[in-house]
Write a protein of this length. Structure first.
Length: 322
């Protein structure tokens, strides 16, 4: 099986259209009273998922310094005895952990976080290093220093390309011209989608940048696999997603799931195919991050990545939008 690849904008790198997201590898986690991790994590299963991903050609691995306070990065760093580091396009992020600094984008603290990520990942260079959010402080006072510091990391050879990430595509678009990222990463799924309306899509295409969409499954809610509302434990980010607790939302997700199964009967993973294929429709330099916790999930993800036609994408969206 050969994973479909795309050219990630001006980086010129061919990466699998389905990237492996490792947020869940951090396990349960609470930050400033907010649940920001994931329940159900198992280190052995995560390592097996990474090994299977390499075998199946899913070689774009995405993590962040705050996923489990470094746990996700450290797990990835254990893989280089069986997986060639040079074959993995490795992305991580910084910006949510403030530490002792006044602001997470304070240059000396950025340096400390980079060095820790390099140690955690057991690598000399990070392929893609994201500014994890677009909060640059009052009057954007941290913006100039953050960009200059990130570029310094590039010149030192510790970072190959710079990325800019945020949950809000409009915020990325606002700062894109100043930050000049090689790749942008934004929250996007068939329910929550301001990629085009924000102007970010046009900027990406006009400037030959790569784009990565995260949370294409809306943290698993869109899969329609829950038969009843569910309450997740403290430390699980899904506690913050009200749809998991709403009976009407659960019912609609189940109906959408069945509709996709009937629409794509010949696909091994019709729901994943529809949800991710809709986001890839009409895209040239785009890939989708899917959170994959175990080998079975990796094998399922390895079967998808084909973009839907515009007609099919519109049909899928209509199943999910109330």
């Amino acid at each position: 099986m050969t994973a479909r690849t795309i050219r990630l904008g001006r980086t010129g790198v061919q990466v699998p259209v389905i990237g492996l997201g490792t947020w869940s590898f951090g396990g349960l986690n609470v930050n400033r009273g907010v649940s920001v991790g994931w329940a159900g994590h198992d280190d052995g299963q995560a390592q097996a998922a990474l090994a299977t991903a390499y075998e199946l050609g899913l070689t774009h691995w995405d993590t962040a310094d705050v996923y489990g306070n470094g746990r996700s990065e450290r797990l990835i760093g254990t893989m280089w005895s069986s997986v060639p580091r040079s074959r993995i396009f490795l992305a991580t992020k910084f910006g949510y952990h403030r530490g002792p600094a006044e602001h997470p984008y304070e240059p000396s603290f950025m340096r400390a976080r980079l060095e820790e990520s390099l140690r955690n990942l057991r690598t000399d260079v990070i392929d893609l290093y994201y500014l994890h959010h677009c909060d640059f402080g009052p009057q954007d006072r941290q913006l100039e220093g953050a960009v200059a510091t990130a570029r310094r990391f590039q010149k030192e050879g510790k970072v190959r390309w710079i990325g800019l990430s945020d949950w809000d595509a409009r915020r990325i678009r606002r700062y894109a011209d100043v930050v000049d990222p090689d790749v942008v990463q934004t929250y996007r799924n068939v329910v929550d989608d301001d990629y085009e309306a924000s102007g970010l899509r046009r900027w990406v295409e006009d400037n030959d940048r790569g784009v990565v969409f995260f949370s294409p499954l809306r943290h698993g809610l869109l899969l329609g696999k829950y038969a009843a509302p569910v309450e997740f434990p403290e430390g699980d980010f899904r506690r913050n997603v009200t749809g998991f607790r709403d009976p009407e939302t659960i019912r609609r997700m189940q109906q959408a799931r069945q509709a996709l199964i009937e629409r794509f009967p010949n696909h091994r993973e019709p729901v994943l195919h529809g949800l991710c294929g809709a986001l890839l429709s009409g895209q040239k330099n785009a890939c989708v991050l899917v959170g994959l916790r175990n080998p079975d999930q990796v094998r399922a993800a390895a079967t998808i990545g084909e973009p839907l036609s515009a007609e099919e994408a519109a049909w899928v969206r209509a199943r999910y939008v109330a």
